[in-house]
Design a binder for this molecule. Structure first.
Ligand SMILES: Nc1ncnc2c1ncn2[C@@H]1O[C@H](COP(=O)(O)OP(=O)(O)O)[C@@H](O)[C@H]1O
Ligand SMILES: [Mg+2]
Length: 415
């Protein structure tokens, strides 16, 4: 009886404990990716460059098109949003008919979707599917041209749009020739530094009239960014001195990604909070880093093609069956055939499987090294380079691979 009362008591307090005022975060929201900071340290040059070009819009001229490049987390989206806000404020003050339209090309990733969205922004009734694209484009063109104005269209993640063909961009870079009243300028933002190789040279030169590069942040710059944000996010004296430099150093050692540095800091705080610690320590940062690494592995494994997942499952299965970590390509191939047979999928040749192994190696999921076997020549040895418990559940999530979980483990019998 006593036990039951005690149990009810703890369950009743379940949420109270979870939402109770923590002693770590003063405002966690400022560490989230959706927060747009008012101050962007170490981006003065890019802000100034962008403002210089866009200021033409306030003088009733058409700004040049701009291409912005930089790896993820280098502040591209935040900088463009910041400059957009400032420009709109100034345009309002001066009474200029100038507006900015932010479009995430990952969402509007086809010509139709993009033009339909643009037409709707300019008050045209266009369905999101079903019309001929020409008609949608006409609606958008007439809608925008109904007034004398300058519209700056920001295409964030523009590489996602281009991966389905560059026709939409081609049309947009030519549209001013067909407009009487309105003028359009384009800002393309890309994480992929090589994406212009996919573009028609005419689109490339027109979109890239001006280019702005966002280099990765170094550890000292990330420290400045984190310092500013931490001052708002955490209560005073909660962070051990080593926490921010460590988050900055860990993020800088990858590719200077501010998003990752902020994620690390937020997660470190959450881990400390859950552990009921009054302070965030270096230990919490290390656990946060491990957790983020695991999340990354899970994401990578999820998006592998089926055959590649089977190859990875083969290495995993071998690790379970044999009392060693490294396996020859022959062993992996034999296991691969066995698994293909088990799940009812046609096996590829050993050569193709070797290619998949090299890809898994590049992704950091396995480690493949050439070893010399003396007079028996050289062979490749393959080992799993991520924890088994982190990959296995993700592989089995693929319904085509579910059957692998029923495979019999052949234990080795040594006489
Ligand atoms: N210079 C900076 N100052 C403050 N925060 C920054 C800075 N650069 C990036 N961030 C933050 O890092 C995260 C990623 O920035 P974002 O602009 O989305 O990068 P990108 O678009 O290049 O991937 C956001 O949370 C943003 O607030
Ligand atoms: Mg971005």
């Amino acid at each position: 009886m006593c036990d039951r009362v005690a149990q009810r008591y703890t369950m009743d307090n379940l949420f109270e404990e979870l939402i109770g005022d923590g002693e770590i975060f003063a405002n966690k929201e400022v560490l989230r990716p959706t927060y747009v900071p008012e101050h962007l340290p170490h981006r003065k040059e890019q802000i100034k460059g962008l403002a210089d070009i866009l200021s033409a819009a306030l003088k009733e001229e058409t700004p040049s098109n701009i291409l912005i490049y930089g790896k993820t987390g280098t502040g591209k989206t935040s900088t463009v949003k910041y400059v957009s806000n400032e420009l709109e404020k100034m345009a309002q003050k001066r009474g200029s008919n100038c507006s900015l339209l932010y479009i995430n090309s990952e969402v509007f990733d086809t010509q139709y979707r993009l033009f339909a969205y643009l037409a709707r922004v300019f008050n045209r009734r266009v369905p999101m599917i079903g019309w001929p694209t020409d008609m949608v484009y006409s609606e958008f063109k007439n809608g925008i041209d109904a007034e004398k104005r300058c519209v700056i269209v920001i295409l964030d993640e523009v590489d996602k749009l281009v991966s389905k063909g560059d026709e939409a961009l081609y049309i947009l870079t030519r549209i001013n020739g067909e407009l009487t009243n309105a003028r359009i300028s384009l800002i393309g933002i890309s994480n992929d530094l090589t994406f212009t190789e996919l573009l028609d040279p005419r689109v490339k030169s027109s979109l890239g009239e001006e280019e702005i590069i966002f280099p990765p942040y170094n550890a000292a710059q990330l420290t400045d960014i984190l310092d500013e944000r931490a001052a708002m996010a955490f209560y005073d004296t909660v962070l051990d001195d080593a926490v921010i430099p460590l988050c900055a150093a860990l993020a800088a050692s990858e590719h200077g990604d501010a998003r990752r540095a902020l994620d690390l800091l937020r997660l470190s705080g959450e881990i400390a909070e859950r552990a009921k610690s009054k302070k965030v320590s270096e230990e919490h940062v290390r656990s946060a880093c491990q957790k983020l690494e695991m999340n990354k592995v899970v994401e990578v494994v999820k998006t592998l093609p089926l055959q590649s997942k089977i190859v990875l499952s083969s290495v995993l299965q071998l690790s379970k069956e044999k009392n060693k970590r490294r396996f020859s390509s022959g062993e992996v191939y034999n296991m691969y055939r066995r698994l293909c047979n088990h799940v009812g999928i046609e096996a590829l040749t050993q050569r193709r499987v070797t290619d998949f192994i090299s890809e898994l190696d590049i992704l950091g999921l396995v480690n493949a090294v050439i070893v010399s076997k003396g007079r028996y020549g050289r062979t490749k040895e393959i080992a799993l380079s991520v924890p088994e418990e982190c990959v296995q559940p993700v592989l089995l999530e693929d319904y085509k691979l579910k059957a692998i979980s029923t495979i019999r483990v052949r234990t080795q019998i040594t006489l």
